[in-house]
Design a protein around this ligand. Sequence first.
Ligand SMILES: C[C@@](CO)(OP(=O)(O)O)[C@H](O)COP(=O)(O)OP(=O)(O)OC[C@H]1O[C@@H](n2ccc(N)nc2=O)[C@H](O)[C@@H]1O
Ligand SMILES: Nc1ncnc2c1ncn2[C@@H]1O[C@H](COP(=O)(O)OP(=O)(O)O)[C@@H](O)[C@H]1O
Length: 312
Amino acid sequence: MTLTPVAPLPEHEVRVRAPGKVNLSLRVGPREDDGYHAVSTVFQAVSVFEEVVATPSEQRTLTVSGPQAELVPTDGSNLALRAAALLADRAGIDDGVHLHLHKGVPVAGGMAGGSADAAATLVACDALWRTGLSRDDLLELAAELGSDVPFSLAGHTAVGSGRGHLLTPALSRGEFHWAFAVQDRGLSTADVYAAFDDLHGTALVPDQDDDVPLMQALRAGDPRALGAALHNDLQMAALELDPGLAEPLAVAQDAGALGVVVSGSGPTVAALGRSRQHALVLAAAFTASGVADRVLTAAGPVAGARVVSSTD
Ligand SMILES: C[C@@](CO)(OP(=O)(O)O)[C@H](O)COP(=O)(O)OP(=O)(O)OC[C@H]1O[C@@H](n2ccc(N)nc2=O)[C@H](O)[C@@H]1O
Ligand SMILES: Nc1ncnc2c1ncn2[C@@H]1O[C@H](COP(=O)(O)OP(=O)(O)O)[C@@H](O)[C@H]1O
């Protein structure tokens, strides 16, 4: 009798992709007693992705690759490891996991890369460990990890209230095309909110009615109207901390962007194009003028954190 060698089973591996975001509108109210500002924001998930690969392991460990990987902490402060620990705790699991993050979203760039890693890790470990938690349970854990994490899980287009963590899906037609001017230097979200307080003192409570034209532009799939309605209350604070951001803002305007805005707390600058082709023209203008360390193009909206492959 001859024995046919059996190929080893592939190691169980779950691969999840989660998108970055741009805040189409970010309206900031006063700082509340919990230290957070009440916000009203309209998020759009864009096709710049983080990928998280989760495999079983004795310990909980992490490796990182991609542009700016050296800027990402690999200790317990990493949002992905915090997400795995929180999920294990809530689900009563003490399995280890190895997480590999491949970063496509700028680090500390105002596009929620860390939040995307956390959301992707919740989805990956939930699948690996078969926790049986519901989507709503995962959204609750996401909100504990950070204000932007629920949106990274949900994706598409949504209005965020509270700290930005309470989401209402918003209607949006068609695709919008963006060019992003990315900087190697990051901006700390906490510092930008503190600079906002210094500039504005007692901010007004944000009013969602201010975003009616923006919501109409989304429903109509009208990039010109969307460009005119882009708004970011943190932009002045980001410019105060990083005056050099005036340059990519001006370059995009001169190159005919339909609208240009600092993404979230910055320093990434987002420029809206008329079409995919026009977004490439805007990206070329960023590159030619030397105002960005890296340039990306992307389309939105796209889905939130999703399993892309699983060996089991
Ligand atoms: C500005 C925004 C816009 O979407 O995104 P980023 O630019 O960071 O991507 C968000 O409000 C950031 O969300 P996120 O990055 O998840 O922040 P968190 O970890 O929750 O908070 C980091 C710090 O930011 C400040 N913070 C955050 C959210 C909020 N509504 N008010 C705040 O004052 C607090 O000082 C907090 O300690
Ligand atoms: N998985 C992660 N990826 C990136 N940064 C992380 C991660 N976990 C923790 N951090 C820390 O969070 C900071 C902000 O991260 P990031 O989410 O990229 O930016 P932003 O909040 O501007 O969207 C980083 O400077 C880094 O110190």
